[in-house]
Design a protein around this ligand. Structure first.
Ligand code: SAM
Ligand code: SF4
Ligand code: SF4
Length: 429
């Protein structure tokens, strides 16, 4: 695998032995022909070819934290200690979109986030409509997506979302007995019933949403059952987000953090179920996202590539107007706060010294320096690592295992993983 581009080629053992001699392709001798053949193969697969590297220099994604408030009180919530600004000012959000449109190449994705974004629905409508007008003036594409607990769904929210193509993800951690352990109300009772009620009242709308489950000790060993649950409910897809010990999750970090060995075993069980055809037609994103990166090289998944999106193609605006490189970055840590809306422009924020140091993350002194999967992994999320130039152990363990298993499947033509991929729509992968 090319460490820069993530392109790869499968070679038999005899050819692999010739790799150290690749620079000697022009020298006479009996190895000249096989080395030339090897060189041609590498060039055909764009491995080791200058110019195949990709860069991600233009802003293309903006997270808007619409409110710091929430009607739920999930035990692990990283937004729970967010200070100030209960809801984003419409002018601030609109200005961020205007600047984002100016900085992007041809399209901008805006992620409606929180707190709980559906609590401030009137503002969402104002922001979306203003953004659409700005995009039309700029002749650029603007796409809204959002993440919600889906507890406040109404006819108005459904209709506006459909009319404006807002694609929602819904956060549910598994069946009620799993979900209700950590996704709770302030009085401690579980919130699964909110999701169930919305699903019952608005089945078409809710089923069109992908599910996002946060992975903690509560569900780490039950990935396959969690995935089955959402497939059986008819949801559009299933994705995970690994627990991060920030915000409210900081206090309970040791009790909540998944165990790498347990999670790797659960991922393998899920992978085997996918190979056995159990999830045909249903996008199992914790499998598909590694597979997709492996097949097509790093790109749109800004968390799984050597140049991650934070402060590069992504910025996040907090409810109080603080500009962050990514919403996963600890707002109390050294990488927080690139600037403030109203004082600093998004461009200033991307040029700030903090943003420069985030983009300058250097993993040369870690095991990534020697890792064959570097080109499609990128060293894991910097916000989950102990410090900027370190790697997060959990993500590393998952990536090492996942890419080994995926490579075993994909280096040969055909096979159950390719068959599964052919059953899910391409935009799901
Ligand atoms: C902060 S919430 C905001 C949007 C909305 N309230 C919701 O729950 O979807 C966005 C996502 O982050 C996840 N999340 C919250 N705290 C987390 C943490 N400490 N580690 C990882 N993911 C977390 C939530 O489960 C949810 O899927
Ligand atoms: S994860 Fe979402 S629903 Fe849960 S407390 Fe945080 S903002 Fe609210
Ligand atoms: S984080 Fe782990 S799997 Fe990823 S490139 Fe580094 S060593 Fe390899």
């Amino acid at each position: 695998m090319d460490r820069v581009s993530g392109r790869w080629v499968a070679l038999n053992q005899d050819w692999a032995k010739l790799l150290p001699l690749i620079d000697r392709w022009h020298e006479p001798g009996e190895l000249r022909e096989p080395i030339r053949n090897l060189r041609t193969t590498l060039i055909e697969h764009e491995v080791g070819v200058v110019g195949s590297e990709r860069h991600f220099d233009s802003l293309n994604t903006l997270i808007l934290k619409l409110t710091a408030h929430c009607n739920h009180a999930c035990t692990y919530c990283y937004d729970f200690e967010t200070a100030g600004g209960s809801a984003i000012e419409v002018d601030v959000a609109t200005d961020a979109i205007r600047q984002g449109l100016a900085l992007c190449d041809s399209s901008l994705q805006v992620i409606l986030h929180g707190g709980e974004p559906m609590l401030v629905w009137a503002r969402v409508e104002e922001i979306v409509q203003a953004g659409e007008e700005l995009a039309a003036d700029e002749k650029k594409r603007l796409r809204f997506v959002g993440q919600t607990n889906m507890s406040r769904l109404s006819d108005r929210i459904r209709d506006f979302s459909w009319q404006h193509d807002i694609v929602w993800g819904v956060s549910v951690d598994g069946p009620a007995e799993i979900h209700d352990r950590l996704r709770i109300y302030r009085n401690g009772s579980g919130t699964y019933r909110d999701f169930a009620q919305s699903l019952a009242r608005f089945p078409d709308f809710v089923k069109s949403c992908g599910v996002l489950s946060t992975i903690t000790v509560a569900n780490q060993d039950q990935l396959t059952d969690v995935c089955r649950h959402f497939r059986d409910l008819g949801m559009a897809s299933w994705e995970w987000s690994l627990f991060q010990p920030i915000g409210r999750g900081r206090q309970a970090a040791e009790e909540l953090a998944p165990d790498p060995a347990v999670l790797v075993a659960a991922w393998n069980e899920l992978f085997d179920a996918v190979l056995h055809g159990e999830f045909e037609g249903f996008p199992v994103r914790p499998i598909v996202k590694y597979t997709d990166n492996f097949l097509h090289g790093p790109g749109t998944n800004m968390c799984m590539r050597p140049e991650c999106g934070a402060g590069r193609d992504l910025l996040s605006i907090s409810a109080d107007g603080t500009i962050e490189a990514c919403d996963c970055i600890d707002t109390r840590g050294p990488l927080a706060g690139l600037g403030k809306m109203g004082t600093d422009s998004l461009d200033d924020a991307r040029k700030s010294s903090t943003a420069n140091s985030i983009r300058g993350r250097d993993l040369c002194s870690t095991r990534c320096a020697e890792c064959v999967w570097w080109g499609v992994c990128g060293g894991g999320c910097l916000a989950r690592a102990p410090h900027l130039n370190a790697i997060p152990d959990l993500e590393c363990a998952l990536a090492l295992n996942a890419f080994d298993r995926i490579a075993d499947q994909l280096v040969v033509p055909g096979g159950p993983l390719r068959r599964y991929l052919s059953t899910i729509s391409t935009d799901a992968s």
